[in-house]
Design a protein around this ligand. Sequence first.
Ligand code: SAM
Length: 218
Amino acid sequence: MAYKFIDNYREKGARKRLVELLRKKGIEDEHVLNAIGKVPRHYFFDETFWNQAYKDIAFPIGEGQTISQPYTVAYQTELLHIRKGDKVLEIGTGCGYQTCILLELGAEVYTIERQEKLYLRTIQVLPHMGYKTNFFCGDGSKGMVKYAPFDKIIVTAGAPFVPEDMLKQLTIGGILVIPVGDEQSQQMVTILKVGDQDYEKIVLDTFRFVPLVGDKAW
Ligand code: SAM
């Protein structure tokens, strides 16, 4: 894949239109929309496919994985209620687009990807774009106990169930956002940790993610 880091008027315009589309689709958080408006999503595409970068679609990034649909990224991010300085664990870095959105919101991000080829590409691309963060390669289905606790945890692949380890690694008041279901479709689940053993769970809309693969997953 040949990356080119040029953000010209055509891409800037397309990004603005994407933001308006997401607003129409129901994304309300201006901070999230602002972040979508800032991150050059076409930098994650080969130049041949730049005309696809600001469509509201997922797109292949190699290794059988995808860059998430912008609406899905905005939807999950909105549910996290990110505040500046929040310590966030992202499971499923992929190409790093969601990571950039979290960084634009002022989060301190720990992100883990199980596919080494994607990890190696992303640790080069993001710093080149000016985003520096904590990248890890490995199975994130158990969370990352070494760096816990986290204020927020976001899982960007479809899980068969909510892994206990992730709940334990949340701060009190912390939020987990995770798609849960079978391999065909998953429902977005948010879990707020209200006490040491107390959680409030909300089940939301249906999505289709690539599978979360690992010890506490598929
Ligand atoms: N966050 C990405 C974005 O911004 O577009 C989307 C990532 S893609 C939909 C899901 C990613 O999760 C894939 O790159 C996949 O390899 C990764 N993944 C699946 N299971 C994982 C696991 N147990 N630990 C870490 N990453 C995992």
